[in-house]
Design a protein around this ligand. Structure first.
Ligand code: MSP
Length: 535
């Protein structure tokens, strides 16, 4: 049998100048859920994440925090990201958690530099421009406004959108010639649905039009020493974005054997689209490597209508309290089923997230599982379900064809939703199955069927339980990418046993059909997920 190609997904790497917030967690949850979805089909996956530790921004933050040693500051803060991802169930075991200060990465950046240098696209020259340390890039004068709070006697400019200060720098840099690369990038961006959602594809093309013909790819060491030295030129440090983008190559094994390339999906927030949709492909094309298959761009989580930022003080931290309030899987679910996934910005409101978790996971899903496991309607064993035909037979027994059709179509429709990264629709489809299954109870009153001992009532009760448990097993499997623990709990509470997963070719059939005796009822509502407290 041919082995499926590796699904290779990346998260951005996070600046360690500040502690993680829910926006960062969201980017990683998105990548993790996609990887977990692909794993349902036994496809090998590679998920990479990590921290962006070099550059002026991090160096300045380390000084401000009173650290003598930047490396120590980075270790402290990158550890917070790693611990957060561990507690949120972000499984980076396949591709690793990379820190740009690691030696393997420094080696990779040096190799990339040498390759670019041998392509003849680099040259050293004077460069003048406005540098924004908060964005770690030169910005156009159009993005600036005069500061309302000028330093005495001096005109000062700040970024129009964020109010962050900029500095006029006139310095010698290594420059990458972009003219030819830009037309290659245009071809790449228009070669299919490379950037999704579509509106970000248009935005990437617009940004390409305004990309200058040269790109500064180093900074004088006198200005920025915390980074990778330019090979053969100790007076210069590799530009932090070039350094950071190389993380994807380091994780894939560069400059040695690449265990997978190109990435299948790269997750980015809309603020870093330009770096990933223009500069990164340009660098890869210059190196003779393939750019990523797809760039998935998401919107931002806002707080009180504004992008979260340390300076505005409106940051929502995924701390122990937030995890306790929503539960780990509840937090993942609330983040993944909302706005930013579609590319929109969305305000994070704890009360709304609690309501979503209670309404959909507790009232719909857990309630269904607990109703189905009630001792009042428990049957020692259910009729075996060996094929879709068996399911249809039970549907006919109850005249509930629509429900079984919904079940049999679920995997295909979820497949297209995952492919289009419409995760909010994935959640909608699961909720819709739980609602339909709950309404079977309202129509069939199984507790009354269980009381009347005649054969017909028993046969109806059997059919009802067969259908409901099939729906719980199947939705449990499909819930695992969003809520790994909850999905597995639901599967085991509805009778999926490890041995079942080898009985059928497809993992979907193995849970949908899996004929076996039901153990004692085990799915009390609280066993799955407890009701979250409303504030
Ligand atoms: N270090 C760079 C990325 C280098 S990737 C080669 C960086 N780091 S960051 O920490 O500022 O942002 C990392 C990711 O978090 C980005 O995708 C960014 O869009 C995302 N988020 C940061 N704030 C966010 C929200 N408020 N909401 C959603 N995601 C946002 O940029």
């Amino acid at each position: 049998m041919q082995r499926a190609a590796t699904y290779f997904v990346t998260t951005p790497i996070y600046y360690v100048n500040a502690e993680p917030h829910i926006g960062h967690l969201f980017s990683s949850c998105l990548a993790d859920s996609l990887a977990r979805y692909h794993r349902l089909f036994n496809r090998p996956t590679l998920l990479t994440t990590g921290c962006d530790e070099h550059g002026q921004k991090v160096e300045q933050a380390s000084i401000q925090a009173g650290f003598q040693n930047v490396q120590q500051f980075c270790s402290t803060n990158s550890n917070k990201f790693r611990l957060l991802f561990d507690s949120a169930g972000i499984d980076y075991s396949t591709g690793g958690f990379l820190r740009t200060s690691e030696l393997r990465h420094v080696d990779c950046v040096s190799s990339v530099w040498n390759r670019l240098s041998s392509s003849g696209l680099l040259s050293k020259a004077s460069y003048e421009g406005w540098y924004s340390t908060s964005d770690e890039c030169f910005v156009s004068a159009d993005d600036l406004v005069r500061s309302e709070d000028p330093v005495a006697g001096k005109e000062k400019f700040v970024m129009r959108e964020t109010g962050q200060p900029v500095e006029l720098c006139s310095e010698v840099n290594w420059l990458l010639r972009m003219n030819d690369l830009k037309s290659e990038v245009r071809k790449y961006l228009t070669s299919g649905r490379v950037v999704v959602p579509d509106r970000y594809s248009e935005s990437a093309l617009r940004q390409l039009n305004s990309t200058p013909d040269t790109l500064s790819v180093s900074r004088p060491t006198s200005r920025c020493s915390w980074g990778v030295p330019v090979p053969g030129d100790p007076s210069q440090t590799v530009y932090v974005w070039l350094d950071a983008l190389c993380n994807y190559l380091t994780c894939a094994g560069y400059p040695n054997h690449l265990r997978a390339w190109p990435p299948t999906d790269q997750i980015v927030g809309k603020d870093i689209l330009r770096f990933h949709a223009i500069i990164w492909p340009a660098i890869l094309i210059a190196m003779g490597l393939q750019p990523p298959n797809r760039i998935i761009c998401h919107g931002h989580w806002l707080c009180d209508g504004r992008k979260m930022s340390k300076s505005l003080g409106n940051v929502v931290r995924p701390d122990e309290d937030l995890f306790n309030r929503l539960s780990r899987d509840g937090l993942r679910y609330a983040l993944l089923r909302s706005g930013p996934v579609t590319g929109e910005d969305a305000d994070f409101q704890l009360a709304r997230s609690i309501h979503t978790v209670n309404d959909e996971l507790v009232n719909c899903m857990a309630n269904l599982a607990s109703r189905a496991s009630s001792p009042k309607i428990h049957r020692r064993s259910l009729p075996p379900v060996e094929s879709h035909k068996d399911l249809l037979r039970h549907a006919a027994n109850l005249n509930e064809h629509q429900f079984v059709e919904q079940l049999l179509n679920l995997s295909d429709s979820l497949h297209s939703q995952w492919s289009e990264v419409r995760i909010h629709h994935v959640a909608d489809s699961l909720v819709s199955v739980w609602r339909s299954a709950n309404s079977l109870f309202d129509r069939w009153h199984p507790w009354q069927l269980a009381k009347s001992d005649d054969a017909e009532s028993m046969s109806k009760l059997d059919s009802l339980l067969v259908l409901v448990f099939a729906s719980l097993r199947l939705t449990g499997l499909h819930l695992t990418p969003l809520c790994p623990t909850l999905g597995h709990r639901l599967m085991s509470a509805s009778g999926v046993d490890k041995s079942d997963t080898v009985r059928f070719d497809s993992p979907i059939d193995s849970v949908l059909l899996c004929p076996r005796e039901l153990a004692a009822p085990s799915a009390s509502r609280e066993h799955l997920i407890e009701r979250r407290e409303v504030l």
